[in-house]
Design a protein around this ligand. Structure first.
Ligand code: PEP
Ligand code: MG
Length: 586
């Protein structure tokens, strides 16, 4: 029995046989050409590229209903790479100039491009190097006369690979899960696997070479663990866990129709986070009270041209319509750091990346530096406010002059819409994300100046603890329950409530059921999270007694001893009394 640790991207537990995928680019044939062979070799490469193009188009056209929403966009990215002159054009030139055969030319050029991406500091751009390599692997398969499919898509197995492109992943519809050597949580492969609702573990480093076809595997997508050839006792244990997980899900479903109210009668609003407009239908069906965070930047990514005001309006309208009268909070673009714009950093020529991109021109800083882009987005959001209840949320606010500029540009956008005769809600609520510690410490100021606050714990933790949230080497230090983080979150909630402004948490902490009692005790009544977390958090809310929790949480927040705080927090989760008034010391 062997056990490996990687980056888990969720999906529960899978148990099944291994299907180990070949690496297409291994043993690349290398041959010097005669000058007379160049034209024919270039034509052979062009044919292979056309064949891959046709495969990608075919895959895009045959996407089944219910295919993951990201699938089409990811296929488009690969088609774009294929068309890029720095990819296919340069490989043609290598054939002509260096007289190498098509396989060697393609492999050399892809390796060169991938190395450029991999040398970048930015985790998102580094992952784009994998996309280039994946497209090259497909071309190699075509040159070798191999079919486009890596594996029989109907085989129920756990696929083990050095890497799997999103396009290949789509052909593996009955996969029980994926165990992959490369990639991190922000890779396209991770995004697609997550939306296919199967367990996946990435970044396993050298697992592919240590697993044989038909080995028994246990894949735990939540813990990021792969176990090869488990012994009988471990297998039995995981089978029990798998059944328990399924049973828990079934039990949680029973809570779906219940009102979200604490045991002592406080109504709580549970909202969802979405990245793409077509996720709004799932959001509406999940029973959520609204969309607490629509990360609009995903409309701007993986494309060369920015979306126009009308295109944005259509996308926002799709969400507002799907939510049928429930509140939709649209966040203005939060690009920069791990979310790069393709238009600013093209596939072939990655833009220079700042030394500390998370501290650079991202989010509101980017928007204020591009006022025309920002104005178009503000107009699109204002226009959709005429159709249903909408709030506008601005990321990474930290300075008073950012609020001044935001309000000035909003006034300008309103004036432009009036002149153009477009209706909008003149009272559209405008809020700030509190995700920079400086903003959390001065939350009362932002609460006074704006209509609502939303706490982005993902970034707040990153900045408070100086931990890059996408760097796996320091991931173990990323602690949502650090006393400093708890103080920043509690202080922000307190300040908003004092100023009589709504406040929510829309970072991952809102979807962590182990943080629910703590947040309720701090006075939080609005939570926004991934739809998959809703019912677990709801279960905690239904069992909670805020009157019992509040004084205990106040004591946890006032302390600075992480060990005592952790023990007290565990008692909060376990120790809710059956009778609301039972006193328990923390
Ligand atoms: C956050 O920082 O908590 C947040 C919700 O925003 P994002 O994860 O998109 O940075
Ligand atoms: Mg953030």
């Amino acid at each position: 029995m062997l056990s490996f640790q990687g980056t888990g991207i969720g999906g529960g537990i899978a148990i099944g046989r291994a299907r180990v995928l070949e690496v297409a680019s291994r043993d690349v044939p290398r041959r010097r050409l005669e000058a007379t062979e160049v034209v024919a070799e270039q034509a052979r490469l062009a044919q292979a590229i056309d064949r891959v193009k046709a495969e990608l188009t075919g895959l895009a056209a045959s996407l089944p209903e219910g295919a993951p929403t990201e699938a089409a966009a990811l296929l488009e990215v690969h088609a774009m790479i294929l068309d890029d002159l720095a990819f296919s054009g340069a490989a043609r030139e290598v054939i002509a100039e260096h007289l190498w055969n098509a396989e060697w030319a393609m492999s050399a050029q892809a390796g060169h491009l991938a190395a450029q991406f991999e040398a970048l500091d930015d985790a998102y751009l580094r992952e784009r190097g994998r996309d280039v390599q994946q497209v090259a692997d497909r071309v190699m398969r075509a040159l070798a006369g191999m079919g486009g499919r890596l594996a029989d898509g109907n085989e129920p197995a756990i696929f083990v690979a050095e890497d799997i492109s999103p396009a290949d992943m789509l052909t593996m519809r009955s996969a029980l899960g994926f165990a992959i050597d490369l990639g991190g949580a922000t890779s396209h492969t991770a995004i697609l696997a997550r939306s296919m609702n199967v367990p996946a573990v990435l970044g396993l480093e050298s697992v592919r070479s240590q697993v044989q076809d038909d080995d028994w595997l246990i894949l735990d997508g939540d813990a990021g663990v792969l176990i090869v050839a488990p012994d009988a006792a471990v297998l039995a244990d995981y089978r029990l866990r798998q059944v328990a997980g399924e049973r828990e899900l079934a039990q949680l479903q029973r809570l779906a129709g219940l009102a979200t109210v604490t045991r002592d009668g406080h109504p709580i609003s549970l909202q969802v986070n979405i990245e793409r407009p077509d996720e709004a239908l799932e959001a509406a069906e999940s029973g959520a009270a609204g969309v607490g965070l629509f990360r609009s930047e995903f409309l701007f990514m993986n494309r060369r041209e920015l979306p126009s005001e009308d295109e944005q309006f259509e996308a926002y309208r799709q969400v507002v319509r799907a939510m049928r009268g429930r509140l939709v909070t649209i966040r203005t673009i939060d690009v920069g750091a791990d979310k790069a714009l393709e238009s600013a950093a093209s596939v072939s020529f990655p833009a220079a990346v700042a030394t500390n991109p998370a501290l650079g021109r991202r989010a509101i800083r980017y928007s204020l530096a591009q006022p025309q882009v920002f104005l178009a987005q503000l107009r699109a959001i204002l226009r959709v406010s005429a159709i249903g209840p909408v709030r506008l949320l601005v990321p990474m606010i930290a300075h008073h002059h950012e609020v001044d500029s935001l309000l000035r540009l909003l006034a300008q956008a309103r004036g432009q819409l009036r002149a153009a005769g477009h209706p909008f809600d003149p009272a559209l609520p405008v809020g700030a994300m509190i995700e920079v510690p400086a903003a959390a410490l001065c939350a009362s100021y932002f609460a006074r100046r704006l209509d609502f606050l939303s706490i982005g714990t993902n970034d707040l933790i990153q900045y408070a603890l100086a931990i890059d949230r996408s760097d796996h080497e320091v991931a173990s230090l990323y602690d949502p329950f650090h006393p400093a983080v708890l103080r920043l979150v509690a202080g922000t909630i307190r300040a908003a409530r004092k100023a009589n402004r709504p406040v929510s948490v829309c970072g991952e902490m809102a979807g962590d059921w182990q943080a629910t009692a703590l947040l309720l005790g701090m006075g939080l009544t609005e939570f926004s999270m991934h739809p998959a977390s809703l019912l677990r958090v709801k279960r905690e809310i239904l069992q909670a007694d805020i009157g019992w929790l509040a004084p205990k949480v106040a004591r946890i927040v006032a302390g600075d001893d992480p060990v005592r705080a952790a023990a007290a927090r565990k008692r909060l989760v376990k120790g809710q009394p059956q009778v609301a008034s039972t006193p328990t010391a923390i």
